[in-house]
Design a protein around this ligand. Structure first.
Ligand code: ATP
Ligand code: MG
Length: 481
């Protein structure tokens, strides 16, 4: 009893000592930052400064673009997050919260070793005259002002680009036509191996930050991806997710509408930087051909397509991501998909149990269910369907998760006699991601062979049958099919 009491006393004393030390430490940190501030103020007394004003409007009351850029730039500074006082305002999306300077607030920035002090000046009047005032040491001005303003331009451009709406461009005989890009898919909604998804995400992020790296190597700053796999496995949805995460416009190129090689080149030249150029069903144009195939009678020749892939007019095709989709790369000459031409190959398989759970969570909002073990067993036995087909069954039965899962089980049971065929798809890389470099060192398995394609066709036929059958039971199914 006495020992327990002693233990409690000991614990209380230790906690008190810890809290006192923590407080002293925090106070010291605050003192250090205050001390630094005083040092700065004193050292400023010994330097000549220049003040530069960036007003909101010019003499003709037109908006000063530099003011907007400075505002975007300063509001993005990390030092604003740690300042004593900041405004919080909501962004365009309900979940976005943005920081913004308070009138007459100062914010310190550092650039190339120079200190730049900004003040957001608001003169209280009817028109609330606003400006940003930059205080810079005269000694630093000549050295840093020009590159600093350039830096503000680059950063604000980048922010502008990230927050604006993405556009979709489609080609017609008269060039590109544009509409807002409204595909709702995101990386979160596409069910696939999470490790693979993260790899692609970080690959895209690295690409975006690698301008200097590419240039040092003398390479054009572009990256290309091949998404291949059976129909309805999420390739197009994934492209939408890629474009959104990059905040790139999408140029959806329909080669069948291109009138010839020079037209193809012209369309490529007309794309803008920071865009994703998409060619769906690419196998239609390159299957069974090789790099030295003679010009065909088709409007676009294989060499025209290869030049397009290489971005023949290279310098104009910087900061582009190219994406090609196809169901199988079985009949494609590997030289067409060689590294440099296609950098990353991503395989989209038919559904496995993990993807099924992912879909169940997204479509039905269930993470666990008593029927899951039955479904898992079926997938383990090699029966499968495309995520599109499973998603469809879940969507029409979304009001009852049990009914939805049962309908998937029924559909899987009906497909079970194609098990042997589907089994032949099982040689797919478990992790569907391979960089083209890897694929050279260690060639891909023949992953989407004839058997697999036949299997998919078989499922499609069955699925058509199933949807017709289920359509009688559910009105919404009729709408969906
Ligand atoms: N992996 C997935 N995760 C979530 N939904 C998926 C997935 N795959 C397909 N879907 C759903 O199925 C539908 C079709 O998908 P999508 O068009 O992306 O497939 P695809 O692979 O491009 O097919 P195709 O080769 O026929 O063009 C979409 O509505 C999508 O939401
Ligand atoms: Mg598609």
């Amino acid at each position: 009893m006495i020992t327990d009491f002693r233990r409690i006393i000991f614990a209380v004393i230790t906690t008190i000592i810890f809290l006192v030390i923590l407080r002293l430490f925090l106070k010291r940190k605050i003192r250090t930052s205050k001390f630094k501030k005083w040092c700065r103020l004193i050292s400023d007394k010994f330097h000549d400064h220049q003040f530069l004003k960036v007003p909101e409007f010019n003499d003709n009351y037109q908006e000063n673009q530099l003011f907007r850029r400075v505002s975007l730039y300063l509001n993005s500074l990390e030092s604003l997050e740690h300042s004593d006082y900041t405004n919080l305002i909501s962004g365009s999306k309900p979940t976005d919260i943005l920081l913004s300077l308070n009138p007459n607030q100062n914010i310190l920035d550092e650039f190339l070793g120079a200190r730049l002090l900004w003040t957001y000046d608001v003169v209280p009047s009817d028109t609330a005259e606003k400006s940003f005032l930059l205080k810079i040491r005269k000694r630093d001005k000549r050295r840093v002002l020009r590159p600093y303003l350039q830096h503000i331009h680059t950063v604000s451009d980048d922010i502008d680009h990230r927050v604006r709406d993405i556009r979709l461009y489609t080609n017609s005989s008269s060039g590109w036509k544009t509409t807002p890009f409204s595909h709702p898919a995101t990386f979160e909604t596409v069910a696939m191996d999470p490790e693979l998804k993260n790899k692609v995400k970080s690959d895209l992020e690295t690409f975006q930050k690698s301008k200097q790296y590419y240039h040092r190597l003398g390479r054009v700053w572009r990256r290309s991806y091949l998404l291949y796999g059976p129909s309805g496995t999420g390739k197009s949805s994934f492209v939408a997710a890629m474009a959104k995460s990059l905040s790139y416009d999408v140029y959806d190129l329909d080669i069948s509408k291109v009138s010839g090689d020079s037209d193809l080149k012209f369309l490529l030249l007309q794309t803008s930087p920071r865009s994703l150029i998409l060619v769906e069903d690419f196998d239609k144009y390159v299957a069974g051909k090789n790099t030295s195939s003679p010009s065909s009678s088709a409007a676009v020749t294989i060499s025209g397509v290869l030049n397009f892939m290489d971005g023949v007019v290279n310098s104009c095709c910087e900061e582009r991501v190219m994406v090609f989709t196809m169901t199988t790369k079985e009949d494609i000459d590997p030289a067409i998909l060689r590294p440099g031409r296609v950098d990353v190959h991503i395989y989209f398989p038919l559904c496995d149990f993990n993807n099924f759970k992912n879909l169940a969570s997204n479509y039905l909002g269930v993470k666990e269910h008593k029927l899951f073990s039955q479904v898992e067993e079926m997938f383990n036995n090699g029966v499968t369907m495309s995520p599109a087909e499973i998603g469809e069954l879940m969507m029409v039965n979304r009001n009852s998760p049990s009914r939805a899962i049962k309908s998937v089980i029924n559909a899987l049971q009906t497909t079970s006699y194609t098990n042997g065929v589907i089994e032949s798809c099982k040689g797919t890389p478990k992790n569907g991601y391979r960089s083209a470099r890897e694929s050279v060192d260690e060639p891909f398995d023949s992953v989407a062979g004839i058997g697999c394609r036949d299997g998919v066709k078989e499922i499609r036929k069955l699925y058509g049958f199933l949807t017709r059958k289920s359509g009688r039971k559910s009105d919404s199914f009729d709408l969906g099919t």
